[in-house]
Design a protein around this ligand. Structure first.
Ligand SMILES: Cc1cc2nc3c(=O)[nH]c(=O)nc-3n(C[C@H](O)[C@H](O)[C@H](O)COP(=O)(O)O)c2cc1C
Length: 377
């Protein structure tokens, strides 16, 4: 007896099984190259040599692939995620600007793929809303023995070999050394203002806390070594002097909430660049919720679904970041962050002040910013 299976449950459960990502290419009968992404590629038989993949029976790309006498499975490398997005889209222009050469039977072999397997059609069978395509392997090769692109829980990644040795992080060590040279001044500032001061370093796409001195009545929320993913609006200070490509990547690290949100994050970044600091005025409840999400993420395997929770929680802070202080105003600030000037080749670093008194005046905040900037330069 088979019971009705909920489609969301089906997707969620099957999404816990990882796959590789391949582009099935062919030259259709009209002479044009065609291609589609499949995660369902697998090896079937050695003797005779057979492979399989499962196209949707509604796929227009597969309808064209089927008109060819042969097809080629191109296994994508972990640095080819943009290729994946391109070939997973519907449309005619997938091959524009893509380098390829014909295989022995004429099917496109894509530049940069890990490997290719060119096949003739052995069989195409109906299987629910998909086909099962059996391909007879005619020729194949490994082109570039590198890590393949993997797909898991709706996100992309790559295989990481297990090891007893922690990966060395020379940038983190460098940043910790620089933070040590600032320790005395950070201590003095923390005592003078009765606040919590910490030094953060940008290590790839995380802000890592490399020094913390707390003389505020509030307990330090994050331990030394705490990592916070740089997801907009968080990390604008680190992006202030980054190249455009980095900024685009940073803007794309949040959930896709449309152009309006993207413009808001970009505008906020521009203000941070002009002022050299950023302020966060979220209430304790919002902050506690965010801190809990971050702590859970740190203890997790950082899988795509866990990343999405952090993405959403971080992007919810967008309305609480600001730079402009009104004369005579009073603020409940969660933190002030200023960029630290570091030497060429060093990771970008920042100074963060938390544990500020509630209802701080514009004048008090400005003097805190000036004091932070003094150390930071
Ligand atoms: C990671 C990933 C795996 C996919 N796997 C398959 C698959 O196995 N079979 C399939 O038909 N479509 C799969 N797709 C979807 C198609 O690549 C894509 O949506 C389709 O080719 C475009 O629609 P069209 O063929 O109708 O033009 C996958 C997409 C992604 C992003």
């Amino acid at each position: 007896m088979s019971k009705d299976i909920d489609s969301a449950l089906f997707r969620e459960t099957l999404g816990h099984y990882p796959t590789g990502v391949a582009v099935v290419t062919a030259v259709a009968e009209d002479g044009k190259p065609v291609g589609m992404i499949v995660g369902t590629f697998s090896s079937v038989s050695m003797n005779p040599p057979l492979i399989a993949f499962y196209p949707m029976n509604s796929s227009r790309s597969f309808a064209q692939v089927r008109t060819a006498k042969a097809f080629c499975v191109n296994v994508l490398a972990s640095d080819q995620e943009p290729f994946c997005r391109r070939f997973a889209s519907a449309g005619e222009k997938k091959f524009d600007g893509v380098g390829w050469r014909p295989g022995p039977l004429g099917s496109p072999i894509l530049d940069g793929a890990v490997s290719w397997i060119e096949c003739t059609f052995e069989d195409v069978r109906d299987a629910g809303d998909h086909y099962i395509v059996l391909g007879r392997v005619e020729d194949l090769a490994v082109e570039r023995s590198t890590l393949p692109l993997l797909f898991f829980q709706g996100g992309y990644g790559k295989f990481s070999p297990g090891s007893f040795i922690a990966a060395p992080d020379p940038e983190l060590i460098q940043a910790a050394h620089v933070a040590e040279t600032m320790r005395t001044r950070v201590e003095e500032l923390s005592v003078e203002f009765g606040v919590n001061c910490s030094v953060l370093a940008r290590i790839r796409w995380d802000a890592v806390q490399v020094l913390a001195v707390n003389h505020s009545p509030i307990e330090e929320p994050f331990p030394l070594g705490h990592r916070q993913p740089l997801i907009p609006p968080f990390g604008a200070v680190f992006m202030a002097h980054s190249p455009d490509s980095d900024i685009d990547e940073w803007l794309g690290r949040g959930p896709d909430l449309g152009d309006e949100r993207r413009d808001l994050n970009r505008a906020q970044l521009n203000r941070v660049r002009e002022c050299g600091y950023s302020l966060l005025a979220a209430g304790p409840e919002v902050l506690q919720r965010h801190a809990a999400v971050l702590s859970a993420f740190e203890q997790s395997d950082r899988l795509p679904r866990q990343q999405r929770v952090v993405q959403e929680a971080t992007s919810e802070l967008a309305d609480f970041f600001f730079t402009d202080l009104i004369a005579g105003g009073r603020y409940d600030l969660a933190n002030i962050v200023v960029l630290v000037t570091t030497r060429e080749g060093m990771p970008p670093m920042a100074l963060r002040m938390t544990g500020l008194p509630s209802g701080a005046s514009t004048e008090q905040i400005k003097s805190s910013i000036d004091a932070l900037k003094k150390i930071a330069s």
